[in-house]
Design a protein around this ligand. Structure first.
Ligand code: IVH
Length: 675
């Protein structure tokens, strides 16, 4: 075979792998019907990566290997929309909907009209342009006329196809909504809480913020999703609903009739039924919607109805009511987090809202207090909307007394409510911080509480109250001082008897065995969560290597972008932190990765569920074995599960779920053979 023939074959192999992977990606993310296991998928991906690495001449930026987008984008290029991105006029009740339908029918001189009803996804609009079936650009709405080119971030979203399936038009502009599903949003916030970062208010703003981030790696770590709702330039069909259905065949995620997420009707009764169904059912959706969109289906009728300057006459939205109540503001208190971030909290006169009693509402930061123009004793409107924590949306200023109006404005404090140090606000940051890193009790206690946590050093016998007690008594000032605690220092403390003291001291001794990756997480470096700590421990086998790593070296690690890299560098630039690490090291904590005997990475990247009773090993033994070989144990089955190792008496509900998702179930014997 000549060299040229050889290369041709390799190119065909690469092209075939890409097309197969694009297809599996679609089946997995858009249709939720994978036909191969995650493991097989990973193996195909690995094969493609290897070939592409060896033959860079066949590089393609839209290869499935190129998600998540690599290089950070500097600013965003402005792009003029070929078709302006309009908004919708809103209606709030059935009368308004029926009036609109009458206007439509009058505009069409009494012709029969078919209406399409869809959900109004609560996210950010995106316009995707494909040329020759390949993703060319992703553009935000911007001001409707000019948007921003966010292609590199859009490429990280798994439900957006990079390459379209056969049958798609050569040139295509398609629009939809990018949103953040609740589950992933909540996970992100939990992680932020653990890392001492301020929480995000709601999925919509977070989706919109994520899309405009400079670092695509971070965007990729946020599991954004996208549902398409308009095909702009496709003339093979005569109605919107048909075009949307076609888009599903080309590889897009679209609403399905069988899930009742899209439906058609020729009359107000059908339209209202759809609205009523979703105004209840929306609470069971995995993502936020804020209403329903009703459109005239036939393109020729849409054209005849035309547009006003802001919105089409052929579509409207019906907005759901957000439950809102009026109550009194009792006080605003300020919490100091482990990183020193100050979070204002509104304490309210208890009130019923959406089935729960609300006593507190988040206020996020000083800007929000100023924006609301919040005063003492104000009567405030509280909403629960898409948010997890209720928030104050408005103030009833008429109910304010003149004196309070003049003198009662809530002032964000200049100094820390706990230690009185003057607060600082970094440029571009919304939050105020207390800079008294080593003198402010809640910060010190917060860091130690993080250090001893279950996912960190897991110190038995020590809880957050005891930590605060120890800090206040001046017995500990940073995590390393825990290892110097003596029995006679602890016994005089409140609620400390001999037994609890010895349990605590034993817990501290035991923690010296905790592996490097968890010690790294326990240090509490900003943005270094559990997953990042694991990646770091894998990439840098000991703490010295990490301390001396350059920004470039850090960013070479999977999922680590400039924000995390800079935070790590900053942490180790502080002498106190380096000294603390030295002390912890001298007490015998693990600052090196221990290569356990028999360790491999045969199961690296796989998420495995273990269920049932086993013959050779016990369940803990099986789990250890999986982790030793680089696999991750997951307690629940999801579409992310790679496979299940099942023994006797596997839980019936687990079994059913596994079968439903088409997951592979293997035996203990299979696992041992695999390893
Ligand atoms: S159609 C001419 N359909 O709502 C407007 N929009 O206020 C074409 N949206 O910016 C939009 N779900 O981001 C349409 N099923 C849906 C939608 C939807 C959410 C958003 C969209 C748009 C805004 C309009």
């Amino acid at each position: 075979m000549s060299q040229e023939e050889g290369l041709n074959r390799i190119e065909s192999k690469i092209l075939e792998l890409r097309s197969v992977l694009h297809e599996h990606n679609h089946l997995y993310y858009n249709v939720s019907k994978p036909i191969i296991s995650d493991r097989e998928f990973d193996m195909l991906m690995k094969e493609l990566e290897e070939l592409e690495g060896q033959y860079p001449q066949f590089h393609d930026e839209l290869s499935p290997t190129q998600r998540p987008g690599g290089d950070p984008v500097e600013g965003f290029e402005k792009i003029q929309h070929q078709y302006p991105m309009l908004s919708l006029s809103n209606t709030y009740n059935s009368e308004e909907v029926e009036e609109w339908m009458k206007r439509v029918e009058k505009g069409l001189e009494g012709e029969d009209v078919q209406y399409v009803m869809e959900l109004k996804y609560d996210g950010v609009a995106i316009s995707l342009i494909y040329i020759n079936g390949r993703l060319h650009k992703g553009v935000t709405r911007g001001d409707g006329v000019v948007g921003e080119d966010v292609t590199s971030n859009v490429k990280t979203i798994r439900t957006i196809p990079l390459v379209l399936k056969p049958g798609a038009p050569e040139s295509l502009e398609i629009r939809g909504e990018i949103f953040y599903p609740f589950e992933d949003f909540n996970r992100l916030n939990k992680e932020r809480e653990l890392n001492g970062e301020p929480l995000f208010a709601n999925p919509r703003n977070t989706a919109s913020g994520s899309l405009k981030m400079q670092d695509s790696k971070v965007v990729a770590s946020r599991k954004l999703d996208c549902m398409m709702y308009s095909v702009m330039n496709f003339s093979d069909v005569s109605a919107h609903s048909q075009a949307v259905e076609k888009a599903g065949n080309w590889g897009f995620k679209i609403p399905l009739t069988k899930n009742k997420m899209i439906s058609t009707s020729a009359n107000a009764k059908g339209v209202m039924e759809f609205i009523e169904y979703w105004s209840e059912e929306r609470h069971n959706l995995p993502f936020a919607i804020d209403g329903v969109v009703i459109k005239v289906d036939a393109y020729d009728q849409q054209e005849r109805l035309g547009l006003t300057s802001k919105s089409p006459r052929w579509a409207i939205s019906y907005k759901f009511e957000t439950e809102r109540v009026l109550t009194q503001l009792e006080s605003v208190t300020y919490q100091v987090g482990r990183t020193g971030a100050i979070t204002p909290v509104a304490n309210l006169k208890p009130v019923q809202l959406g089935g729960t009693t609300v006593r507190r509402a988040s206020l996020h930061n000083a800007d929000q207090i100023a924006k609301l123009d919040l005063h003492n004793d104000d009567m405030v409107y509280v909403e629960k909307g898409g948010e997890i924590i209720p928030k104050i949306v408005d103030v009833d200023k008429d109910k304010r007394t003149a004196t309070l109006d003049m003198f009662g404005q809530i002032q964000f404090p200049d100094s820390c409510p706990e230690c009185s140090t003057k607060l600082v606000r970094e440029e571009g940051e919304a939050a105020h911080y207390c800079p008294n890193y080593d003198g402010c009790t809640p910060q010190i206690a917060g860091r130690i509480i993080h250090f001893i946590g279950r996912k960190s050093m897991n110190i038995d016998g020590l809880g957050s109250e005891t930590v605060t007690q120890l800090v206040e008594a001046g017995l500990v000032s940073d995590p390393s001082s825990l290892y110097e605690l003596q029995e006679d220092q602890l016994l005089p403390l409140e609620r400390m008897a001999e037994k609890s003291v010895s349990k605590l001291l034993q817990g501290i001794v035991d923690s010296k065995k905790v592996p490097f990756e968890r010690v790294l997480f326990a240090l509490g470096i900003r943005y270094v969560g559990e997953t990042v700590a694991k990646k770091l421990a894998k990439a840098f086998s000991n703490i010295e290597a990490l301390i001396h790593a350059t920004q470039e070296e850090l960013e070479e690690v999977d999922e680590i972008g400039s924000r995390i890299a800079l935070s790590i560098i900053e942490f180790f630039n502080i002498e106190d932190n380096r000294l603390m690490v030295e002390r912890l090291k001298s007490f015998g904590l693990q600052f090196e990765k221990i290569e356990e005997e028999g360790a491999t990475d045969k199961l690296a990247g796989l998420s495995i569920v273990v269920s049932g009773v086993f013959q050779i090993h016990d369940r803990t033994g099986i789990k250890k074995l999986i982790e030793l070989n680089g696999g991750k144990i997951s307690s629940s089955i999801s579409k992310k599960t790679s496979f299940i190792v099942a023994g006797d008496k596997m839980g019936p509900s687990k079994k059913e779920k596994a079968e439903k998702l088409g997951l592979e179930i293997i035996s203990e014997q299979d696992l041992l053979e695999m390893l």
